[in-house]
Design a protein around this ligand. Sequence first.
Ligand code: HEC
Ligand code: HEC
Length: 307
Amino acid sequence: MNLFYKIITFRPSFGLRIVTGLVGIVLSLAICGIVGLTDMVAAQLKTNDEAFEGRLMEAGAKVYFEQCARCHGLQGKGADGAAPAISSIAFLGAQNTNPPTPSQRLKDIGWIGSLESYIEAVTTSGIPIKSSQAWEQNHPPFAQRFAGPLRDDQIKNVTKFVANWRLKPFTDGVVDAPKPGAGSGPQPTPMPLGPKENAGLEVFKGAGGCTACHAVRGVAAGAVGPTLNKLVSTAEKRVTQADYKAAGGKATDAAGYIRESIVAPNTYIVPDCPQGACPSGVMIQNLQQILKPEELENLIAYLMTLR
Ligand code: HEC
Ligand code: HEC
């Protein structure tokens, strides 16, 4: 009782009150400081992390454009006969839908691991046997331990880059892989070529020198100019485009467009080539002088079979 009484009647001296007050202020400032600092450090670590992720993504983009774009396309949309889309919703699923959409492709092939592990596996060792007749070539292995050009960290980065398309996957203009088994039968026999078209094919492969730059399934694998597999439908689309007309293009149908592409190649420069924006002035400029008139007509007849 005595002690309790002493405590409640305790009157500290003026000096002691000032000292305890100061100690209190210093302590609370110190606590604020510590809390503030840890927040700052956390925020800094987070931006460091993001910057680091960003750098890995950039490194992955570089690998993609150097190694993958020639077959899978600049936007990963795939190309007929060359490679399937790897930026499409069917392949990646989507994270910009609510709830996120899972990958249909992984479900179809029964892959139970993550999307990243699939991309990494295909890139590392390649697909030694074609999964379908839809593709001209087997998937090359990229890892150095499979005699490819890439280190494991580069494969991780390019995987990150590809998987990142999940945030906004493409839905149009994509060439998706066929369902397992669907593409394994023989391809429909191509239309047999008549004598004129056959002669044109010879010009395409020979005097015209077209195979150095253009790909056509089963005929050529050039990757400088656009793939010509579906040239006729491409041409039909191009002649209706505003940018084609603005460039001074005069053709109104596929045959006219194809002729113009050969005799006046600089009229309209196609925007996308396998390695990036199409270079202008690369198409041979004087084909009309190089080829005999009959060769030119046969060449056009052949190109009109690419549908
Ligand atoms: C020579 C052309 C070519 C190159 C270069 C290429 N690919 Fe492929 N890619 C293919 C083909 C063809 C397929 C389909 C193979 C099959 O299913 O048999 C494919 C399939 C894939 C698949 C699986 C797609 C699916 O639907 O199952 C992934 C993932 C992939 N490639 C990633 C890459 C990456 C990453 C690179 C670059 C490091 C790359 N590819 C470079 C031709 C290529
Ligand atoms: C040295 C490379 C090179 C050669 C050889 C070449 N081309 Fe091209 N070709 C290109 C490039 C690059 C483009 C896209 C730029 C442009 O529009 O001029 C193109 C565009 C085209 C287009 C337009 C395609 C489209 O999608 O609209 C056609 C058609 C074409 N070439 C046909 C031919 C034919 C036929 C030959 C052979 C007589 C040939 N090319 C030879 C590089 C070449």
